[in-house]
Write a protein that binds this ligand. Sequence first.
Ligand code: MN
Length: 256
Amino acid sequence: MSVLKQFAAGLADGSIRVVDLTQPLGPDTPVIGLPDIFGQSPGLSIDVISRYDDAGPGWYWNTLTLGEHTGTHFDAPVHWVTGKDHPNNTTETIPASKLVAPACVLDCSTESAANPDFLLTPDWIERWEAQHGRIPAGSWVLMRTDWSKRVGADAFLNIDENGPHSPGFHKTASEMLAKERDVIGVGVETIGTDAGQAGGFDPPFPNHTIMHGAGKLGLASLCNLDQLPATGAIVFAAPLKIVDGSGSPLRVLALA
Ligand code: MN
């Protein structure tokens, strides 16, 4: 039997599960806020064009207004200044072959519950690898924090007088994953692929800086990572093919 026939049989008999890693996208979906001196990315607004009414008696459709980086979304390398000169660095030029890839799921949920500013380190990754094997080149690294289980924008953004607090990557971990492991990118459950406090790190937003500088991809606001095995899942993460796009909301699915 061919691999794809076996695959179809696995889908049909339920031995392969399809896990939705995507948050619902609506007007209440939280968006990242930047200091006032910078431009702000709007959340989603939906305007009805017609809904079986005078504007369109037989059809329903909407106009969407939103930032590219809203809700569960994809970061292309061109999103960051360090990735601006890479070839095929936009949503419409990234090769389709990069949009389907295996995943390693690093469960940092205990650490993140204890410390919302938890940063993944190379030591932590090496301990994971001692148990599960070396992270293969071309894999997604998905950082499970259970952050997606936080209910409401306040708990999700977790902002106090010192700014947002949410887990992320120490810059040395981003360097390791991008350069020594040659991952395809990293995915997180938080609003962006950097820690909440990362605007004050050196460099600011080190994960974006390092990953996109190495031509790597990003996924933010994922969920259901607790339904994936540590290794062996396949992730489908295909952004909208926006011309010169820096990213896009998307439906992320995993086979497990
Ligand atoms: Mn983004």
